[in-house]
Design a protein around this ligand. Structure first.
Ligand SMILES: O=C(O)CCCC[C@@H]1SC[C@@H]2NC(=O)N[C@@H]21
Length: 249
């Protein structure tokens, strides 16, 4: 029995699939999935925008109801792993995971994930997945996104959003079931094996301060463990921004 809808509800245009799911949460069942063929006000992490995906990307969100708030913090890693696996299957191209859940190929970001907790009568999460499908290097250069890439520009593969969404939902379903049954620690070996961050020198920015250290592991709660000045410090994704010094943003 699958929890996530296998065939998403398809809209020709939405502002943001995440915003749509949050606004219609009461009417959407647990596991509902929404795909927009064009997104006019896509949202990214840390209040950033996620550019229009008309004909060039996949904008997909799904709803998880009855989730505990503490689980929402670890969910992005689970979804990042699942989408990385889905892209490998669909595009035949290995994506690495930049902690917590940006997916990169050759250091270029091809997918961003935004998981948001919603507190109401019952706690829910809305997870949004944006995949760059067909943009060219020139498109990213024009938009001043030197670290942006697409599955076409980095892997040479042209995928259609509807078909990819079905594969992404199948992989998310499997990993989310594991996440709820066995917890994040059971996913960490597979997550670590795809990490673009571990064993790298990283710059951690939080509350206006900056420190350079080495990313040594991911904790059981999903925090990044960074060795700074001989001490291992857990960094939570909600609190700090982590940038790799080499190879990726
Ligand atoms: O890298 C990021 O900052 C996260 C980007 C998440 C983009 C996706 S596209 C589908 C869903 N709807 C949104 O408005 N955002 C997410």
């Amino acid at each position: 029995m699958s929890r996530l809808e296998r065939a998403p509800r398809v809209f020709a245009e939405l502002g943001s699939t995440n915003t749509h799911c949050k606004a219609h949460l009461a009417d959407l069942p647990d596991g509902a999935a929404v795909l927009a063929l064009r997104q006019t006000a896509g949202r990214g992490r840390r209040g950033k925008s996620w550019a229009d995906t008309a004909d060039s990307g996949m904008a997909l969100s799904f709803v998880l109801k009855g989730i505990e708030l503490r689980q929402v913090a670890a969910l992005p890693l689970c979804v990042g792993l699942a989408v990385s696996e889905a892209l490998e299957e669909a595009a035949g191209c290995r994506t690495e995971i930049k902690w917590p859940n940006d997916l990169v190929v050759w250091g270029k970001k091809v997918c961003g994930i935004l998981c948001e907790g919603v507190v109401g009568e019952e706690t829910a999460a809305v997870c949004g997945v944006g995949v760059n499908l067909t943009q060219t290097a020139e498109d990213f250069a024009r938009r001043q996104l030197p670290h942006g890439g697409s599955l076409l520009s980095e892997c040479g593969v042209r995928l259609a959003p509807r078909e990819l969404a079905v594969q992404v939902l199948a992989h998310c379903d499997r990993r989310i079931e594991q996440f709820f049954a066995q917890g994040l620690p059971s996913l960490l070996p597979a997550y670590r094996a795809r990490s673009a961050t571990l064993d790298r020198t990283v710059r951690v920015l939080w509350e206006g301060r900056e420190a350079v250290g080495r990313a040594v592991d991911v904790g059981e709660d999903g925090s990044l463990l960074v060795e700074i000045g001989g001490r291992v410090v857990p960094v939570c994704s909600g609190e700090a921004s982590v940038r790799g010094l080499y190879g990726y943003r």
